[in-house]
Design a protein around this ligand. Structure first.
Ligand SMILES: Nc1ncnc2c1ncn2[C@@H]1O[C@H](COP(=O)(O)OP(=O)(O)OP(=O)(O)O)[C@@H](O)[C@H]1O
Length: 392
């Protein structure tokens, strides 16, 4: 755990970059520092590995004041990833990654073996090991930067705008990579970004800074979206936060109807009795969705015909109940010709459908639950709340 206790940083020219900061970064969690340019994010981060020294207050790492630690030794337990990667241009990828393990006494051979393992861990092909940094794309260089920071297996990782130098597609994939790495490694991560979407995606907790180094709100992402403490936070979090926070709400308890779900071998005469405006036709045997049929089309068909003889309308997309979020379910309903979201299980078999009314009820229930959580916590985040939500 990293603890800031009343930490202030005043630079020699009088600039107060961080003002009386109290912050707890729970062990094994990702805390994102986000805010406008110049609000003190980088200064706060660099005080953790003593690249910047506080003017007052103290920072504890697992209960020990970091001033009592030798800076070089402290930094060996703290991986550091920066936007410009900081890779050594004249060293190969594997030697870049192996730098710290060699410094700490590992043989060059073992350190290179470890470097290759780490390349795979960060999603790169081990054949890149012999290349030089300039022979890699920007996204690949960033991944090497992460691999290098992980090389000595530090419990703490500091990341300063680690993904901002790459295009949005690469950036999204680096963020996904970080999430899966973190699910496996459970490092204590402090990540700085100016991008609120990135903060919401990768943070267990988000610390949103005001200008001049004060935290406006510290909360799990869904709470930040649902209950911003003031207009500054609401403005920074941005438009459509109501929809965006549905990414954090599970569909596990969403009620599903099965009335309109009929197999392709259902006869037309039976289908007419369903009393539904739209029918979801499923594949015989597999139970997978084939598409929606407007019931009005049944009038023109012989009684003995089957639903499978009709070319159905597409379903847009389905959602996996319990795995996908309420946002995905809502999107599925919006795209469906029937205005109903098709829920499937992990094998793609239809479990039922959710109407707009059912979705609206679930959204209201989620809002009430989150208001309850926010008022119980009075805006204070707890480590136990953080992380592990549904797939957006
Ligand atoms: N060495 C320095 N000397 C004087 N002022 C500094 C120094 N480093 C940073 N500052 C100032 O401290 C304030 C906070 O800077 P910091 O880099 O921590 O902000 P930031 O939130 O990370 O900004 P950005 O998103 O633009 O990187 C700014 O006003 C900056 O100009």
């Amino acid at each position: 755990m990293i603890t800031f206790e009343s930490v202030t940083k005043r630079y020699p020219d009088g600039t107060v970059a961080v003002d009386d900061l109290d912050l707890e970064v729970p062990a094994g969690k990702t805390v994102v520092l986000v805010g406008p340019s110049g609000c003190g994010k980088t200064t706060s981060l660099r005080m953790i590995n003593r690249l910047v020294e506080p003017s007052s207050g103290r920072i504890l790492l697992d209960g020990t004041d970091i001033r009592d630690r030798n800076p070089a030794q402290l930094r060996r337990g703290i991986g550091y990833v920066i936007q410009q990667t900081g890779l050594f241009p004249h060293r190969t990828v594997e030697d870049n990654i192996a730098t710290v393990p060699v410094l700490t006494g590992l043989s060059r051979k073992k350190a290179r073996d470890r470097a290759r393992e780490l390349l795979t861990l960060v999603g790169l092909d081990a054949t890149l090991a012999k290349r030089y940094p300039h022979q890699l794309s920007g996204g690949q260089q960033q991944r090497v930067g992460v691999a290098r920071a992980l090389a000595a297996d530090p419990p703490v990782l500091l990341m300063d705008e680690p993904f901002s130098a790459v295009d949005p597609v690469v950036r999204a994939s680096l963020q996904d990579q970080l999430l899966s790495l973190q699910a496996e490694l459970r490092k204590t991560i402090v990540l700085v970004t100016h991008d609120i979407e990135e903060a919401i995606k990768v943070g267990d907790l988000v610390a949103l800074f005001r200008p001049h180094g004060k935290i406006a709100q510290l909360a799990p992402p869904d709470e930040l979206l649902a209950s911003p403490v003031d207009d500054y936070v609401a403005g920074f979090v941005g438009f459509d936060r109501g929809i965006r926070r549905l990414s954090f709400v599970s569909t596990a308890d969403l009620p599903l109807g099965t009335g309109p779900v009929l197999a392709a071998d259902t006869t037309v005469v039976k289908a007419r009795t369903a009393g539904e405006p739209w029918l979801l036709v499923t594949e015989d045997g597999t139970g997978r969705p084939l598409g929606w049929v407007d019931t009005a089309r049944l009038a023109a068909l012989p009684d003995g015909g089957t639903l499978g003889s009709l070319a159905p309308d597409g379903i847009g997309h389905s959602f996996t109940a319990g795995t996908d979020s309420l946002r995905a379910a809502l999107d599925a309903a919006v795209l469906s010709p029937a205005g109903q979201a098709v829920a499937v299980d992990g094998d793609g078999r239809v479990l039922g459908v959710a109407s707009f009314d059912q979705l609206r009820a679930a959204i209201h229930a989620a809002s009430r639950a989150s208001e309850g959580r926010a008022s119980a916590g009075a805006g204070q985040a707890s480590a136990g709340d953080a992380g592990g939500g549904p797939r957006p």
